[in-house]
Design a protein around this ligand. Structure first.
Ligand code: HEC
Ligand code: HEC
Length: 437
C-alpha cells in the first residue's frame, strides 16, 4: 500500500481522505470530483477527529501503518497492507497476522453478538471481527492499535501520548475537554468513540452501487448480471440468498445487506501460507478461539448448549464491495472471486479439488467436521449430482457480485435506440466503471 493509491478514494466521494493525507493541517475545502457522489462533504467535529485518527500513520510502532492502510475504499474497504498471502501485514516487517482483513463498511448494521433460535437451532449472530468478539465499533477500534501484527503499540498510554503530540490534539481537547489527555485510559476510550463516529458516516455505508441504482429503478442489469442475480437467489441450487440476504423487490437497500451476520463453518480450505499453520495441530476455530479469548464463548453460551457446536464458525461478511477485495474468507485462502464462487459450485461434487486426495475439509480438527453446514443447498448436494453451477453460471454470479461495488454512476441515457440492426452486436453500455474487468 503506498500513498499514491489514496487518490482512488475520491472515486467514492471521499475527497476528505485525500485532503487529510496530503495536507493534514490545511483547512481547504475538498474539491468536488466530477461525476462522483458527494457522499461526505460535511463531517461533525467528532467525525473529523475520527477521520484524523483513522488515517494517522504515526499511531503505529514503528510509524507508517494507519487503520486506512488495511481498510482502503478502492479495495473493498479492506486490504492486507501489501501482503499477498491472504492475511494482513502489520507495521513491523514480516509481522503477518492470522486473518484476512475485513471490510469496515456497512458495519453500522452489524448487531451486537448474541445467540438466537432459528428453525429450532441455536445460532450465533453479530459482533465485529470474523469471530464476533467486539460488540461495538468503538470497542473494535481499540484492538488494532495494540495488536502486535497490526499497529504494535505497547499499551494504550503509548497511543494516547502520540495523539496528544499530534497536530489534531486540539480537536481532542475541543471535543472531550482540556483535561482529556490526563487519564490515558479514558482518553483511549474516546479515541475509539471518535473512530466509530467516523466509520458510521455515509461514506462507509453509501449504498451507491449499481445494484442500489437497479432496485430503485434507475438502471437495468446486463443479461449476465441479471442471470447471476437469479442464480444467486435460486434457493434450490446456489442458494446464496439463504445466508447473504437480499431483496431486489424492496427499494430500500437496507433490505439487501447481503449478510445476516450469523456464523457458519463452511469448510474453507486451509491456507498453508499462514505461519501458524505450519503446526498441523494449530487451527483457527473462530468462535471457539484461540483469537477469541476475551470474551471467550464460555462466558455467554446458553445452558444446554455445547461450545463445541460453534467451533470452526466464522461471521458471514456483507458482500457489498466484495468484488474489489484482493483476498476472500477469514483465512484469505482465495485470491480470486471466480474461485470463491467455483468453490461453492463444486465443494460437494469434487471435494478433492479443494482438500487434496482425502477430500475431507482440512482446516478443522476431525471432531468439528460435523459443524460444517449441510442442511441446505449448495452444501447438501449429493456428490453424484455434479457441480451446482456450470463455469458460465459461475461467471454470471461473479458479474452480479460486481454490481455490489459502491461508486456507480449511471451512464447518461443512450440516444434513441433504433432497434436491433442486422449483424450488429447488442448495444452494451459501459455502465459500471468498477464492473467486471
Ligand atoms: C494490519 C492491518 C490492519 C490494520 C492496521 C487495521 N485493521 Fe481492521 N482489520 C484487520 C483484520 C485482519 C481484521 C479481521 C481481524 C479478526 O477477525 O481477528 C480487521 C477487522 C476490522 C473490523 C471488523 C469488521 C467487521 O465486519 O466486523 C473493523 C471495524 C476494523 N478492522 C477497523 C479498524 C480500525 C478502526 C483500525 C485502526 C484503529 C484498523 N481496523 C486497523 C486488519 C487491520
Ligand atoms: C450457509 C450460509 C452461506 C451460504 C449458503 C453462502 N455463503 Fe458465502 N459466506 C458464508 C460465510 C459464513 C462466509 C465467511 C466464511 C469464512 O470466512 O469462514 C461467506 C463468505 C463469502 C464470500 C467472501 C466474503 C469476504 O469478504 O471474504 C463470498 C464472495 C461469498 N460468501 C459468496 C457466496 C456465494 C456466491 C454464495 C452462493 C453460491 C454463497 N456465498 C453462499 C455463508 C454462506
Amino acid at each position: 500500500m503506498n500513498t499514491a493509491n489514496f487518490g482512488n478514494w475520491s472515486k467514492w466521494g471521499l475527497s476528505l481522505y485525500v485532503l487529510s493525507l496530503s495536507a493534514l493541517t490545511s483547512a481547504q475545502a475538498p474539491q468536488p470530483q466530477p461525476g462522483m457522489p458527494q457522499a461526505n462533504t460535511h463531517l461533525t467535529r467528532l467525525e473529523n477527529l475520527g477521520q484524523r485518527l483513522f488515517t494517522d500513520r504515526n499511531l503505529s510502532e514503528p510509524v507508517g501503518t494507519a487503520c486506512v492502510s488495511c481498510h482502503t475504499a478502492n479495495t473493498g474497504f479492506a486490504n492486507n497492507h501489501g501482503s499477498r498471502i491472504g492475511v494482513a501485514l502489520g507495521s513491523t516487517p514480516s509481522s503477518f497476522g492470522l486473518r484476512n482483513a475485513m471490510s469496515n463498511a456497512y458495519n453500522g448494521f452489524i448487531p451486537k453478538f448474541s445467540f438466537q433460535i432459528s428453525n429450532g437451532e441455536v445460532e450465533a449472530i453479530g459482533g465485529h471481527f470474523w469471530d464476533g468478539r467486539a460488540d461495538t465499533l468503538a470497542a473494535q477500534a481499540l484492538g488494532p492499535f495494540l495488536a502486535s501484527a497490526e499497529m504494535n503499540n505497547p499499551n494504550a498510554a503509548a497511543v494516547v501520548k502520540k495523539v496528544a503530540a499530534s497536530p489534531y490534539a486540539d480537536l481532542m481537547r475541543a471535543e472531550f475537554g482540556n483535561n482529556v489527555f490526563q487519564d490515558s485510559d479514558s482518553a483511549y476510550q474516546k479515541i475509539g468513540t471518535a473512530i466509530a463516529a467516523f466509520e458510521l458516516t455515509p461514506s462507509f455505508q453509501s449504498f451507491s452501487s449499481k445494484y442500489d441504482a437497479f432496485i430503485q429503478g434507475k438502471t437495468t442489469l446486463t443479461p449476465n448480471e441479471n442471470r447471476g442475480m437469479m442464480l444467486f437467489m435460486d434457493t434450490k441450487k446456489a442458494n446464496c440468498v439463504s445466508c447473504h440476504v437480499m431483496n431486489p423487490k424492496s427499494k430500500d437497500p437496507k433490505d439487501s445487506l447481503f449478510s445476516e451476520f450469523s456464523f457458519y463453518a463452511t469448510g474453507i480450505p486451509r491456507n498453508r501460507a499462514i505461519a501458524q499453520n505450519a503446526n498441523p495441530n494449530f487451527f483457527d476455530l473462530g468462535l471457539c478461539g484461540p483469537v477469541r479469548s476475551k470474551p471467550a464463548l464460555t462466558a455467554n453460551v446458553p445452558v444446554n448448549i455445547s461450545i463445541d457446536d460453534f467451533c470452526g464458525k466464522f461471521r458471514m461478511p456483507s458482500l457489498r464491495n466484495v468484488a474489489e477485495r484482493q483476498a476472500f474468507m477469514h483465512n484469505g485462502f482465495f485470491k480470486d472471486l471466480r474461485e470463491v464462487v467455483g468453490f461453492y459450485a463444486t465443494v460437494s461434487s469434487d471435494p478433492q479439488r479443494w482438500y487434496g486426495p482425502a477430500g475431507v475439509p482440512n482446516d478443522l480438527p476431525m471432531a468439528y467436521l460435523k459443524n460444517i453446514v449441510k442442511d441446505r443447498p449448495p452444501f447438501n448436494r449429493p456428490r453424484s449430482a455434479g457441480p451446482v453451477l456450470s463455469p458460465v453460471e459461475v461467471d454470471d454470479i461473479v458479474a452480479f457480485l460486481h454490481t455490489l461495488s459502491d461508486g456507480y454512476t449511471a451512464a447518461p441515457p443512450l440516444p434513441q435506440n433504433p432497434g436491433p440492426q442486422p449483424n450488429q452486436a447488442p448495444n452494451v453500455r459501459p455502465a459500471n466503471p468498477f464492473g467486471p474487468k
